[in-house]
Design a protein around this ligand. Structure first.
Ligand code: RIB
Length: 292
């Protein structure tokens, strides 16, 4: 069984701020960092650090070759990481403040994923293989349909959540992984309480495996009769960037390595509690050795 992560790669420009910038305000940052990120890249690194053999497909610009080297340094297969002749690598402008973040995205080459690349990549995958996707690339509806037609198991982290998600063939998805904001929108729930949001998700998506993460409120797992809560590990967050990506990558890797949902959720919670204690995106994700 192989894991294909068809996902985004972004250069993250990170500014630590005295407070989040208000409309009409100009303020100086306290610091600046340039990191390798993107929900796709972060999740491939989390999968690989957790010990899963991972294939990453996606697009970068001519300015993004560093992503190939970085993925390969963790053993991620990059056979289908392609370089665009037309676009620059995607980027993100990230403000961080007191452990929280705000993110602006520019899609760049991530928005050049189309049928031709999807067909070429999926030729190498089949029944039982896993497709992991987030919502930062183009071609999503075609990708989900095509993977489903090949009997791949589809794990969809609907981040960042937007209206387009409802135009995708969600019936093809086996597992949804969402945070409370994404979960609320996906369930069309009117509650802010994560324990209600998971109930709304269960009602709206019966038969799906559902994972809802909610920061310090912990996380919920639901699949058929199996339904439980995982506590968060109490830590002081420095930067929450990539916490959700760590959770997704670790949860999936642990499941693929034969762990029970309880074990996989506990490992994922522990891993993301370590990610938030370090600044940055992919580089803040712990290795399995660090975790253990
Ligand atoms: O989930 C964190 C990621 O979201 C960042 O690395 C940024 O690139 C955006 O995709």
């Amino acid at each position: 069984m192989k894991v294909l992560n068809f996902g985004s790669l972004n250069i993250d420009h990170v500014y630590n701020m005295p407070h989040f910038t208000e409309p009409k305000e100009t303020q100086s940052s306290l610091s600046y960092m340039r990191n390798l990120g993107g929900k796709g890249l972060n999740q491939s690194i989390a999968l690989a650090k957790a010990g899963a053999e991972t294939y990453h497909a996606g697009r970068i610009g001519a300015d993004g070759e560093v992503f190939r080297t970085y993925l390969e340094s963790y053993g991620v297969h990059t056979d289908w990481l392609e370089t665009s002749e037309h676009s620059v690598t995607g980027h993100a402008i990230i403000e961080t403040c007191e452990g929280e973040n705000r993110i602006i995205l520019y899609g760049g080459a991530n928005q050049e994923i189309g049928k031709e690349l999807i067909d070429r990549v999926l030729e190498h995958f089949g029944a039982g293989d896993v497709l992991l996707v987030q919502n930062e690339i183009s071609g999503m509806a075609y990708l989900l349909n095509k993977a489903h037609s090949k009997d791949m198991k589809i794990v969809f982290n609907t981040a960042p959540m937007n209206e387009k998600v409802f135009s995708y063939p969600l019936e093809c998805v086996d597992t949804f992984i969402v945070n409370e904001v994404e979960g609320r929108a996906l369930a069309e729930s009117d509650s802010d309480d994560p324990s209600m949001i998971i109930e709304d998700l269960r009602r709206k998506y019966p038969g799906k495996e559902l994972i809802l993460t909610a920061g310090t409120d912990g996380a919920w797992y639901s699949s058929g009769e199996e339904f439980f809560h995982q506590d968060a590990f109490p830590v002081i967050a420095v930067d929450t960037t990539a916490a959700g990506d760590t959770f997704t990558g670790y949860f999936l890797a642990m499941k693929l390595l034969g762990k029970t949902p309880q074990e996989a959720m506990a490992m994922a919670a522990r891993a993301s509690s370590m990610t938030v204690q370090k600044a940055g995106a992919a580089q803040s994700i712990p290795s399995l050795e660090e975790l253990l």
